[in-house]
Design a protein around this ligand. Structure first.
Ligand code: BT5
Length: 264
């Protein structure tokens, strides 16, 4: 498997340094350990299954050995720590572009960190960082893609699905990993030119499922309805509130839901 991934990778800096596990607790946790050591920018960690896969805010990521993707990339960016949260969007854009190369079914981004097909979540992204005030030590971006899962636990039935279930297509996970790395390397270079989403946000908005929709903004205890317009150059979601005022919502602070469910 490791050799097959390396054979297919077309990247130059990224992914040449590859750690592969049949099972691991979490590829993000492992990549963070590598970040503390001197492992280079672009190192990737891939696992066939995770025993303690993580989502945001202490949530769990269901990670069975089903032919899915669990991977993390280690980066050592030169830009300031405030910009790192935009890397989640850069990765979401890259993953959506990649899945679109393989399937006929529509693939969308749900801001900020999910990929959806037919209104179901097929991928989540978890970005974590170690930084000083002005400098980033390292960033890890974890990607979980449900490629081949046939079924999900009851608790996830309503929101989760896989590429196989939604498109009926069998995709090789190694080919998809290679495509994600190629698209991410290119998108990351475009991001670094301006250190913001200027080069990417218009294409991102084309794939944004929340765009031009009523959404529910979940902000800690408070929730309110607004109209989502798309992201700006800083990766913030522009929303029009019911009083007509336009606000930019920062990804770290809130979640977005549809009015009646996960997307719609
Ligand atoms: C995420 O968090 O969506 C980020 C998931 C990142 C997973 C990758 S796998 C490789 C790397 N190593 C790790 O340990 N993590 C990363 P969040 O937005 O908080 O969503 C978590 C929620 O998604 C859960 O509370 C469930 O409702 C749902 N969920 C859990 N497992 C899922 C799955 N396999 N597919 C779809 N939804 C799932």
């Amino acid at each position: 498997m490791k050799e097959e991934i390396l054979r297919q990778l077309q990247t130059t800096w990224a992914g040449r340094n590859l750690y592969y596990f049949s099972e691991i607790d979490s590829t993000n946790t492992y990549a963070k350990q590598l970040g503390k050591q001197s492992e280079p920018h672009g190192t990737i960690v891939v696992a066939q299954s995770q025993s303690a896969g993580r989502g945001r805010l202490g949530r769990k990521w269901n990670s069975p050995n089903d032919g899915n993707i669990y991977m993390t990339i280690l980066l050592r960016p030169k830009f300031s720590p405030q910009k790192a949260s935009m890397l989640t969007l850069v990765m979401a854009y890259s993953v959506a572009m990649s899945i679109r190369e393989f399937v006929d079914t529509s693939v969308y981004i749900k801001w900020p960190n999910d990929i959806v097909m037919n209104g179901k979540k097929i991928c989540g992204i978890l970005t974590e960082m170690s930084a000083e005030v002005d400098d980033i030590n390292y960033v890890v971006i974890g990607i979980g893609v449900n490629v081949m899962s046939h079924e999900f636990p009851d608790a996830l039935q309503d929101i989760a699905s896989s590429i196989l279930i939604e498109s009926g297509q069998n995709i090789s996970e190694t080919a998809l990993i290679s495509s994600i790395m190629r698209n991410f390397e290119q998108a990351y270079q475009r991001f670094c030119e301006t250190e913001d989403m200027s080069n990417i946000y218009q294409e991102y908005n084309q794939m944004l499922i929340n765009r031009n929709r009523q959404v529910r903004i979940l902000d800690g205890e408070n929730g309110y309805e607004a109209y989502a317009m798309g992201i700006d150059k800083m990766g913030q979601l522009l929303i029009r509130k019911q009083d007509g005022s336009v606000e930019a919502v920062f990804a770290g602070e809130v979640s977005v839901r549809g009015l009646y469910g996960y997307v719609e």
